[in-house]
Design a protein around this ligand. Sequence first.
Ligand code: TMP
Length: 215
Amino acid sequence: MTKGCFITFEGGEGTGKTTQIPLLAEYLRSCGKDVVVTKEPGGTEVGRELRKVLCTGDPDKLDPLAETLLYYADRRMHLQQKVLPALAAGKWVISDRFADSTTAYQCYGYGGRIKKEVMDALYRIAVGDFYPDLTIVLDIDPQKGLARSLQRNETAAEKEIRFEQKELAFHNNLRRGFLEIARTAPRYVVLDADKSMEELYLDIVKTTEERLLDR
Ligand code: TMP
């Protein structure tokens, strides 16, 4: 069976993922790839309900472990219903966030209240021995990213700002988390997201070409 490629985008708030992912998808389609764009949380019907619980409302409404389990419930549904079938059909899947977000937000963000061992165990149970082929981490100073994200949400019908409302220390922690995670395996590439949209797009295309299209 032909196997597609799995690309994940990660990073804190307001890094430009939502703008860049459709641009990369278009580029890959122009290279002849069949591309599926998806996201976590919310890549499935059940996931969209979980997203409402996870991304709206009181920042402190969920116990951190309960929150972590809900992200993994979303991920499990997403993998089974969407990501794995698409990859098995030879498609390229680009996901706006995946498991590294849970490690960064729920482990590092909450200052280690959820242990890394718990996170690794959940990954083994819910995901198994499966990893993205490429993970692009978009990095930006949280203060700049948060300002961008809050501005984008100003005009949104449903305000998804549960995490944006958390204190700056939470966001500094998770940024550090992403940078540490990115040092653990060759599949990670960290790109400076404090660049113009065009410059960042060129960096993303270059990275994808070097890592996946040339192989
Ligand atoms: P988004 O803003 O990139 O669409 O992501 C939704 C929010 O959910 C964002 O604030 C990050 C958060 N999140 C986690 O805290 N843990 C996770 O595992 C995922 C996938 C997202």
